[in-house]
Design a protein around this ligand. Structure first.
Ligand SMILES: Cc1cc2nc3c(=O)[nH]c(=O)nc-3n(C[C@H](O)[C@H](O)[C@H](O)COP(=O)(O)OP(=O)(O)OC[C@H]3O[C@@H](n4cnc5c(N)ncnc54)[C@H](O)[C@@H]3O)c2cc1C
Length: 415
């Protein structure tokens, strides 16, 4: 007897990236018969991991933020999540001529202390005074609440590194607003950034295998036709594509003005050397004149990723809009220029500056992430009109990180 005959509820998930897999997982737990369709020939969407002779290369996310749900899924699919290595605790931001762990001067720190006390007091007792206002930029919110030095030196560089957006228009409501939401007490044991030993792509493959073993049907290399939504009114359709793909499939949504950002990663392997900077990585603020948004030191982040020096340089977003469209060779050459500047700022001289890489791997994703700006905020405040059997899940709905996307998928299915 087929599932349909048994009277099980039917659902189709379009997209087998992290949004689609978490939606399929949530639907399975709710007792649906689930079919997942993706035009790619593998699960993971923009996330994949390449295993090279020198170590792992991630095409997009390198890690996710630990959450109870991520820990529960990791236990179910049998892929443990590892915490960061100790040496990754050092995180750097470029200031003037060098990377620094504390991009504020002693004077700026002293000036910030009373502002911080005031902020913490107001957040607890009069949150309306420090909550982001409607259509307020992060720069405006930061200057108003925390002061200009911390906003320019710490907040904006950190957020530009993560969101790749414009300092003028990043939305405080989307980015800062969630900090004011009451968080349920965590039960899990992990904190901060976590990742599976074999990389994020391996996690996606294992997740798909688990879902298949539980009866979820996967169709790869298949294009979804939106006519199906009207043809099968009793089936629920969950569209889990990127913002660009969603705009293409369903014109007329409030997201017309919202932009997507292209991002590129250049992972470079070198022979190890004690002179290299150790830590999570370095973020390069807008005024640093670096072409890259930041660099991750993969040999210092998670165990088992590589035995040599491995760096992932990230280019694109609003600042690197022009560069990221160029030939991979031009992007790699810009990254090499940035790298030379970073090494020289550390006082490294001689042959280490000229040493040839062991391997270079290039990835580029058009439409990789949404620009979390005031246009996206405006779109999210509008009512989204959809057919009653169609639901949207994706990183443009105000939840950019993987852990948040997964929680959101379970929330939507749970409704
Ligand atoms: C360089 C980079 C670094 C990042 N780092 C991090 C990080 O460290 N931590 C973190 O949490 N996040 C990170 N992110 C963000 C994170 O990777 C993404 O938000 C997330 O992977 C998006 O997943 P998704 O499933 O929503 O979309 P996608 O991965 O884009 O998947 C959508 C899928 O839908 C399919 N699809 C769409 N339309 C159709 C159709 N009509 N028919 C059939 N199939 C269709 C596509 O083929 C695709 O496989 C990073 C992103 C980038 C680019």
């Amino acid at each position: 007897m087929s599932a349909q005959e048994k009277g099980k509820k039917q659902a189709v998930v379009i997209g087998a990236g992290v949004s689609g897999l978490s939606t399929a997982h949530a639907l399975l737990e709710k007792g649906y018969t689930v079919r997942v369709i993706d035009r790619m020939n593998r699960p993971g969407g923009i996330i994949s991991t390449e295993r090279t002779p020198y170590g792992l290369v991630e095409s997009a996310a390198n890690a996710c933020i630990a959450s109870d749900r991520m820990e529960a899924i990791s236990a179910q699919i049998g892929v443990p999540l590892l915490p960061l290595k100790k040496e990754a605790r050092a995180r750097y931001i470029w200031r003037e001529t060098r990377p620094t762990r504390m991009p504020l001067t002693f004077r700026e720190i002293l000036d910030f202390i009373p502002r911080l006390i005031r902020f913490l007091f107001l957040k607890s007792f009069k949150p309306a005074r420090v909550l982001p206002e409607r259509r307020e930029s992060v720069r405006n919110w930061g200057t108003r609440v925390l002061g200009a030095p911390i906003t320019e030196r710490l907040l904006l560089p950190a957020l530009q590194g993560i969101y790749a957006g414009s300092s003028e228009t990043l939305s405080a409501n989307i980015i800062i607003g969630p900090l004011f939401h009451k968080k349920p007490k965590r039960k899990g044991r992990l904190k901060g950034s976590v990742a599976p030993q074999d990389g994020m792509g391996a996690w996606m493959i294992r997740w798909k295998e688990y879902l298949s073993s539980q009866g979820v049907e996967f169709q790869f290399g298949a294009e979804f036709k939106k006519e199906e939504i009207a043809q099968f009114p009793d089936t629920k359709f969950y569209f889990c594509g990127s913002l660009g793909e969603t705009k293409k499939l369903i014109p007329g949504l409030p997201f017309e003005k919202a932009q997507t950002l292209t991002l590129s990663t250049v992972t470079i392997f070198y022979k190890p050397d004690p002179q290299y900077l150790k830590g999570f990585g370095v973020l390069f603020p807008e005024d640093s004149r670096f072409e890259s948004l930041g660099v991750l030191f993969n040999d210092c982040t998670f165990p088992g990723r590589t035995d040599v020096r491995s760096e992932t340089w990230i280019v694109g977003g609003i600042r690197g809009k022009q560069l990221v469209e160029k030939d991979s060779s031009e992007i790699i050459s810009a990254v090499k220029g940035d790298r030379l500047r970073l090494l020289e700022s550390l006082g490294i001289k001689g042959s280490l500056l000229e040493v040839e890489p062991l391997e270079i791997k290039f990835n580029r994703w058009k439409d990789a992430v949404p620009h979390c700006d005031l246009d996206l905020e405006a779109a999210l405040q509008e009512k989204i009109e959809l057919p009653p059997n169609l639901f949207l899940i994706g990183n443009y709905l105000g939840k950019l990180g993987m852990a948040k996307i997964v929680d959101y998928a379970f929330e939507v299915v749970g409704k």
